[in-house]
Write a protein of this length. Structure first.
Length: 392
């Protein structure tokens, strides 16, 4: 007999918006995946702009078939984490959802800030906290944020970091709750492998990500200039946008790489899938990553990866799937690009490497986690009721 679906409320400070469609896309993808088995609603009670009004559009909307509630918010008056205001807004969302007949069985919070706000708003509900924040893994949280993270990790019923490296960082906090590593899934329907290895004559390289300092795109551009000295036919497609774009475009001009380098800007998921499938190599020069979804997507597309050996990347990229290099080293990155282009890695082997990240596998992990939390919660309620009955 199949299990009855649970009501799962997703709470996150990161979630795609019209003005920032790539922000927290992994949260929306996870919510969409879980909605295949459970009734899912998303509450986004945090301000995208801390010092402005939240948004003037409707509070209710859908994102990839998952209903999202964004309560309108007033301006933030003090430059401190907006925990109290977000908690009030989250309770407003919960009340609105309750009027629609949706009462959560489990709250799925993302990022330590979302975890603490969820606990304040729902002191008696089971809470699972998925952590993605690189500041946790790198030990770069401010004193205030460290205290918020400590309280969130202590109060969660289950902590589900997306990588082993992040789990080790969380274990250093005092009195943390149970930890179970549950990675993000990769869409193996959209990101499909080439049937055979088809190496283009151009040696096409692609980068996909935000154009921010932590992504190390300046190192990639310098490495690409060195690649061109031996492979003048090579091309680099930089997919994504961000605050560093003008600076990076200037760096490309300074190195005379305009003819071989393309800035594609933000692209939708289908276009990214097409670019990954067509490329010979995905290249990442990040200073830090937790469990980079684009590297999973590249492997699922049958495209090998050259990346920096940081965070959870070594859990994905091995000699069978690509090459790892230290961050900030353009010479090593250029050599790794040459070496990986010269190797013959079958697309089927790359796709097999991401089998444990397939949607069905990850969905089963979440289904088991939610049901365990809901059952434990029901047992606690039953014991409490029995205790009250016996005392009377």
């Amino acid at each position: 007999m199949p299990h009855q679906p649970l009501n799962v409320l997703v709470v996150s400070p990161w979630f795609p918006e019209r003005a920032a469609p790539a922000t927290g896309v992994f949260v929306s993808e996870q919510a969409r995946l879980v909605s295949e088995l459970h009734r899912v609603r998303v509450a986004a009670p945090f301000r995208p702009n801390p010092y402005g009004w939240h948004r003037r559009g409707p509070e209710r909307q859908d994102h990839r078939d998952v209903p999202v509630h964004r309560p309108r918010r007033g301006p933030q008056l003090f430059p401190i984490p907006d925990l109290v205001g977000a908690t009030i807004a989250l309770r407003r969302s919960a009340a609105a959802l309750r009027r629609q007949g949706f009462i959560p069985d489990v709250v799925h919070a993302h990022v330590y800030v979302g975890g603490l706000v969820a606990r304040w708003a729902f002191p008696r509900l089971p809470i699972v906290l998925t952590e993605h924040h690189s500041g946790v893994a790198r030990g770069e949280l401010s004193r205030t944020d460290h205290e918020i993270a400590k309280r969130a990790f202590r109060s969660a019923d289950l902590i589900a970091p997306v990588s082993g490296s992040l789990a080790k960082a969380i274990e250093r906090f005092p009195h943390v709750g149970p930890i179970d590593i549950i990675p993000n899934a990769v869409d193996t329907t959209r990101f499909t492998a080439k049937s055979v290895s088809t190496r283009s004559t151009e040696s096409s390289l692609v980068f996909v990500g935000g154009l921010t300092p932590i992504k190390g795109v300046d190192t990639l551009i310098r490495a690409f200039g060195k690649v061109l000295t031996e492979r003048p036919e090579a091309t680099l497609d930089i997919v994504g946008d961000g605050p560093d774009r003008l600076k990076l475009e200037r760096l490309v001009r300074e190195h005379g790489l305009e003819a071989s380098t393309q800035f594609s800007g933000h692209c939708d998921r289908d276009t990214v899938a097409m670019k990954l499938r067509a490329a010979d190599l995905l290249v990442s020069a990040s200073w830090w990553e937790n469990l980079p979804g684009v590297q999973l997507e590249a492997l699922a597309s049958g495209t090998p990866v050259v990346a920096t050996s940081v965070g959870g990347v070594p859990e994905l990229i091995t000699h069978d799937t690509g090459t790892l290099v230290p961050p900030g080293d353009s010479d090593s990155l250029a050599r790794a690009i040459h070496q990986t282009l010269d190797r013959h890695i079958e697309p089927a082997r790359l796709r097999a490497a991401v089998a444990r990240f397939a949607p069905a596998v990850v969905l089963a992990r979440w289904d088991d986690a939610y049901r365990r939390l809901a059952q434990d919660h029901e047992r606690r309620l039953k014991r409490r009721r029995n205790k009250l009955t016996n005392s009377t």
